[in-house]
Design a protein. Sequence first.
Length: 230
Amino acid sequence: MRLNAFLARAGVASRRKADDLVKEGRVTVNGEPGRLNTVVGAHDVVAVDGKEVARQQLAYVLLHKPRGVVTTASDPQGRPTVVDLVAREARVVPVGRLDIDTTGALLLTNDGPLAHRLSHPRYGIEKVYEVEVEAEPDAGALRRLAEGVELEDGVTAPARVRLLGPRRLELVLHEGRNRQVKRMCAAVGYPVVRLHRSRYAGLALGGLRPGQWRELEPDEVQALRGRPEA
């Protein structure tokens, strides 16, 4: 993996700050100065300021994100972050984003390749949302949501939609555009009041309350990787 990803996984710094450490000449790989394009292998020794960086085990966490928490590793405004909620030795970072006022299932991991796979549009990872809107949607609005909505960045892919109540609906997407659910609902005339992601990539919250998290089971990790457990 690239040097900045190794340092981020080890909990030294974010990838961006890890790049700064490399540029400042504070990182070595096997005793030689590290470079931004350095790739770290299984037997390479990485050090920061002369101190060897210990490798961390891969970790996978499902968090029930509460309202008022930002989906970043750190926040310049000092707001609470999802990483603050996950108290564990191995540092994990969120896969994708949920808005500060959106609740629900959020995966955090230090497995860079898996995070990239889950975030890539090619794989069409399923996301299930429970949406409360300002008024009861009519049949035309539901049809447009299902067939595709014209947004400023193009028409959305087909989605599954069903009513859960007078002003509540379930929306199942396989895209990951920025603020997509809110933009889709606003485009058909029904702005979102509350938004909750109940499932992500097949992972359900179960009994997790807002702010609680759990480690993924081995079979869940293998399912995310797209192959059965060995």
